[in-house]
Design a protein around this ligand. Structure first.
Ligand SMILES: Nc1ncnc2c1ncn2[C@@H]1O[C@H](COP(=O)(O)OP(=O)(O)OP(=O)(O)O)[C@@H](O)[C@H]1O
Ligand SMILES: [Mg+2]
Length: 439
């Protein structure tokens, strides 16, 4: 009766790398031997000495098989099966339940990701965290506009078949955790649990939620988690009345279950920071900007030919920030008649909506963070902790300074490389303008 009960408790399945390797060899064989037309399932089974059924299982990568079976199929294409090509399916609680379509999906306000460029490395890594390594909490972090929500949406679409339940919620309107938990529990119980039957406190509701996350494999995506974090304090602290979100993250990270919480945030919640070091089940990925090629595609989508030789310089100037690039592309068209060189010569990096974006970031900072940012802008070159300390006139304990700097790095405003700190290029320009304006 339970269609999710695994048929066998053993077996291995191809990793993405292994699957790609096999597909590539298959394609090459088809080009060589069949002038590009596809091998039939029967042809492949004959080559490998396996049943068509088994071959289909491997090619669709939906079910575990014996390792030997994979070896045979690989041999049929002159390939060697290496340890990075496959992974073992776990048993018991951690058993893999691979279905093609989740039982229930609620995409909420998930964004449309039919237009999506680049980020292949990030997607591969995240798929590995969710599917192979079965991380319980994964945070996608980075400054506004970098592409966290877009990546989370693309990822959820890609991996949904590995989960029985998928739910996407935005915290943009700062829902109290108490209400969000009710919503989640009702979804995972197929609306079988009535509001009146729910535990009357957050703790009880978290425990109840965890029971579902243990029984079935669920994917929860919480977008815009920075909304429930405090402004004017160091990054990662929760807003008053929202501290219990920290408890949720902590418990989902620590307790054994078979589900995953993916969250996006401009700031790293402090529980992720502390648990991340403690348990491998909690991970975070700090997003950097789009690669030049992907950034150029944003321009192409806006009507540029994509071959303009100055485009890479524009993409780099905005550190591949997808939102900034979209805004800039429109401006170059509207104001500079599509002339990229002209724009680069005559226009400063910060204007219009990018300034709004950075205004939002800036208003969230604690005073010491603001001081540090100004000094980093004045210095322009990367500086060490002790240099910053000398700059700031008021006496500050080294510990406080370090905390504030770490907070800025978590907010993706400051970059750190080998013990030197500096501002992101666009942020540098913004702060410089701001200090001229506000003295
Ligand atoms: N890989 C991508 N390919 C194409 N467009 C992208 C990509 N990533 C982001 N974008 C576009 O850039 C804009 C900003 O992306 P997104 O909303 O995902 O950023 P964010 O990091 O979630 O920002 P915020 O912190 O403000 O929520 C969106 O319009 C999105 O469509
Ligand atoms: Mg977002």
């Amino acid at each position: 009766m339970n269609r999710h009960k695994p048929k066998r408790n053993r077996g291995v399945i191809l990793t993405r790398e292994g699957w790609r390797k096999l597909q590539k060899a298959k394609l090459e064989g088809e080009l060589r031997e069949k002038s590009g037309s596809k091998y039939t399932l029967e042809e492949i089974s004959e080559r490998a000495g396996l049943t068509s059924n088994t071959v289909a299982k491997i090619l669709t990568n939906q079910e575990g098989v014996d390792k030997r079976t994979l070896v045979y199929l690989f041999m049929a294409f002159n390939l060697e099966l290496n340890p990075q090509d496959y992974f073992k399916l776990n048993t018991d609680l951690e058993r893999l339940q691979v279905s093609k379509v989740p039982k229930r999906v609620d995409w909420g306000e998930m964004v449309d990701v039919s237009v999506f460029y680049g980020r292949t490395d990030e997607l591969t890594l995240l798929e590995q965290w969710l599917i192979q390594e079965r991380c319980r909490v994964v945070a996608l972090l980075g400054m506004g506009g970098i592409g966290k929500t877009t990546l989370a949406a693309k990822l959820s679409q890609k991996v949904q078949g590995w989960f029985e339940y998928v739910i996407w919620r935005s915290l943009y309107n700062a829902p109290p955790l108490f209400d969000l938990l009710a919503n989640l529990i009702q979804f995972f119980s197929n609306e079988q649990v009535l509001e009146t039957d729910l535990p009357k406190n957050v703790d009880g509701r978290i425990s109840h939620l965890i029971e579902y996350l243990q029984q079935q494999r669920c994917l929860i995506i919480l977008d815009n988690v920075e909304t429930i974090m405090q402004t004017g304090a160091y990054a990662g602290c929760y807003r008053e009345g929202y501290e219990d979100y920290g408890l949720l993250i902590k418990r989902l990270g620590q307790v054994m279950h078979q589900s995953t919480l993916v969250l996006t945030s401009r700031e790293k919640p402090k529980d992720i920071a502390s648990l991340g070091g403690e348990t491998l089940a909690v991970r975070s990925l700090q997003l950097s900007g789009l690669e030049v090629v992907a950034g150029q595609k944003i321009f192409e989508a806006k009507g540029f030919s994509g071959s303009e030789s100055e485009l890479p310089a524009v993409v780099e100037r905005y550190a591949g920030n997808a939102l900034a690039l979209k805004i800039v592309a429109t401006t170059i068209q509207d104001v500079f008649d599509g002339n990229v060189a002209e724009f680069l010569q005559h226009y400063t990096a910060v204007f219009g909506s990018i300034r709004d974006l950075l205004d939002q970031h800036f208003s969230r900072l604690a005073n010491l963070e603001k001081d540090i940012i100004y000094w980093l802008a004045i210095n322009r070159e990367p500086v060490s902790l002790s240099e910053i300390r000398e700059d700031i006139v008021s006496p500050i304990a080294p510990q406080n300074l370090l905390e504030a700097l770490e907070s800025l790095v978590r907010r993706s405003l400051v970059e750190k490389s080998t013990a030197l700190f500096t501002l992101q290029p666009v942020v540098m320009e913004y702060v410089t303008q701001r200090s001229i304006l506000f003295g």
